[in-house]
Design a protein around this ligand. Sequence first.
Ligand code: T46
Length: 136
Amino acid sequence: MTAMPPLHRLKVHEDARGKLVAIEGPGDIPFAIGRVYYIVAGDGSSRGFHAHRTLQQVMMCVHGSCRVVLDDGRARSEYSLDRPDEALAVGPMTWREMHDFSPGAVLLVLASDRFDEDDYIRDYDVFVREATGGAA
Ligand code: T46
């Protein structure tokens, strides 16, 4: 993924009618958008617990809030997504966990590619080995 702060603000077009946020890729995000999906919070469970080998993503909580943990195999960072104009970029080989969804929260995700289960690493030990070249 090209250089971009993991958490960045999107431009908001606001007037008396409300707010409109547009995202164009590549440009506003560092890849051409290959897929869009969204998660609607259910019973308060955590989600994620995997990494992608090649997929790039940008995610934003367009309604409500959640907490996202990102882990590169050596260090963890936490982000609170609680604004519809705040986007979190998640590059390849990054373990992600989503926790503490507020009731009915909607997490919108823009992805660089179509769904491919083979791109997932769902075992944390395998992820750390691959991410650190066996050094961790
Ligand atoms: C990610 C986080 C933020 C599909 O069939 N197509 C899709 O595009 C996606 C994303 C999922 N699925 C199927 C695969 C599973 O049978 O939907 C089911 C639930 O997926 P998963 O358990 O991977 O959902 P999360 O919320 O744990 O993770 C998802 C994305 O999979 C992942 O890429 O980064 O959201």
